[in-house]
Design a protein around this ligand. Structure first.
Ligand code: CMC
Length: 436
């Protein structure tokens, strides 16, 4: 971290001594005030629920400028990566800091490809779930269970263990997501086919059956690969922070990633694409395009608790750059499948148009986020709505691993332990039960 010449001075109106706090400069983005010695010197904590003004770590992986609508992985704009690289190149970049050259890429692809199969015993583990279990419930279990299957890669402090755990997780997530799906629909699992691309192999494991040949459609494979790339990392969001916090106790990588999967499930985070599609279905059922006006009124009503899912973002106060790319893919996929006139897609496009022009959304800088379009694309491809977040988890796994590894390799890393402002009862005596 680069110290700045400027110092922040914290002063108190009650005459307590003031304190100088060091400032650090990032390579881009806001400076940070180092408050690590604050408690020792003043006996006070800072208060920042939701981390609105708190950097929990320093990182070299992903940078977001929410006002500009900019997303960089290791310095490369997402717009260039999405168009010029495939997902496994992006994985290599996130893990290693540089894009691979041809031989590095070939070696990485071959390593990942050689780990796509999962221990056969996993099938029997999967069978313990109800067939109607939510795929994210199943994925939380399956990813956590990997630590019970791969004992030789569970020591988070051993760089070789971390490396092999990373390859295993990236390689096996598509297999596990597809198995979770096949289990739900009662079809036989399809084993990986290693001469296909990462995204093509995933689609085959999802949609092939033993009864007939399956040839992945190139446009749809490209769309799936783009979904993976756009979701690969997003700096210190809720699930990534969960992975870091979980891993900070020294737990094994599979357990830490399973915690990330659990966090991602929530509708304010990764569950938004599923929530968005369900919202579209609801509007559709209640009258479709004609119902949009009433729905938007409800969204604007503070007491209704209704949100326009797929809109708004904690960091982006401009168009989410991933949404722009996903919008492009959305039109490509709908064109390829001849779905431009599908009523649900028309409804989504109309909703987008109205919200982008409405004063409420404009004033609050609420733009469509990536989930608004990724749900539509996935539905068009034939992915069932409850599986959307599992696909997000598949794609984000590499980001979680890169962030976890960065934390473990940081000499300054400590177990995460936030403090609190306690406002509950002060010490009191327990009365015998008859006197309470
Ligand atoms: N619909 C209607 N109003 C909204 C929405 C929305 N989707 N999002 C924010 N607002 C309003 C909010 O009510 C508040 O209004 P006011 O200032 O009058 O009280 C204002 O906009 C600011 O919102 P906020 O709650 O302070 O924003 P936040 O940064 O805490 O929340 C968010 C961000 C993503 C949780 C929220 O925008 C939201 O719930 N969106 C819908 C869910 C969604 O699409 N999530 C996916 C995020 S992208 C995927 C990812 O990276 O995980």
């Amino acid at each position: 971290m680069t110290p700045s010449d400027v110092k922040a001075t914290l002063s108190f109106s009650d005459g307590s001594p003031s304190m100088d706090l060091p400032l650090y400069k990032g390579s881009i983005g806001p400076d940070v005030i180092d408050i690590r010695k604050l408690y020792a010197q003043t006996g006070k904590f800072t208060y920042d629920p939701g981390f609105l003004s708190t950097a929990s770590c320093n990182s070299t992986i992903t940078y977001i400028d929410g006002d500009k609508g900019e997303l960089l992985y290791r310095g490369y704009p997402i717009e260039q990566l999405a168009v010029q690289c495939d997902y496994l190149e992006v994985c290599y970049l996130l893990l290693n800091g540089e894009l691979p050259n041809e031989s590095q890429k070939a070696e990485f692809v071959s390593r990942v490809t050689n780990h796509t199969m999962v221990n056969e015993q996993m099938q029997f583990f999967l069978r313990g779930f109800r067939r109607d279990a939510h795929p994210m419930a199943v994925m939380t279990g399956l990813v956590g269970a990997m630590s019970a299957f791969y004992h030789d890669s569970t020591d988070i402090n051993n760089p070789e263990h971390r490396e092999i755990a990373a390859i295993r997780l990236i390689a096996k997530m598509p297999t596990l997501v597809a198995m979770a799906y096949k289990y739900t629909v009662g079809q036989p699992y399809v084993y990986p086919k290693n001469d296909l691309s990462y995204a093509g192999n995933f689609m085959r494991m999802m949609f092939a059956t033993p009864c007939e040949e399956y040839k992945p459609n190139d446009v749809l494979v490209r769309a799936m690969d783009r979904i993976f790339t756009l979701h690969a990392d997003h700096e210190q969001n809720a699930s990534t922070s969960t992975v870091r916090l979980c891993g900070s106790s020294g737990t094994n990588p599979f357990a830490a990633i399973a915690a990330g999967v659990a966090c991602l499930w929530g509708p304010a985070h990764g569950g938004a694409n599923e929530a968005c599609l369900n919202m579209l279905y609801d509007i559709q059922k209640q009258g479709g395009v004609a119902r949009i006006g009433d729905f938007i009124k409800q969204v604007k009503d503070k007491n209704s608790n209704v949100k326009l899912m797929g809109f708004g973002h904690r960091v982006y106060k401009n168009y989410d750059p991933r949404a722009k790319l996903m919008r492009e893919t959305c039109h490509e996929v709908l064109g390829e499948l001849g779905l431009q006139n599908d009523p649900l897609f028309k409804l989504a496009m109309e909703l987008e148009k109205i919200a982008l022009e409405d004063e409420y959304f404009v004033a609050r800088k609420l733009y469509p986020n990536v989930d608004f379009y990724s749900g539509i694309v996935q539905r068009a491809i034939g992915i069932p709505v409850p599986l959307f977040t599992a696909i997000f988890a598949l794609a984000r796994t590499v980001g979680w691993i890169a962030q976890l590894n960065e934390m473990i390799s940081d000499p300054e890393y400590k177990i995460g332990r936030p403090r609190q402002l306690f406002v509950g009862a002060t010490a009191r005596d327990v009365k015998p039960i008859g006197q309470r």
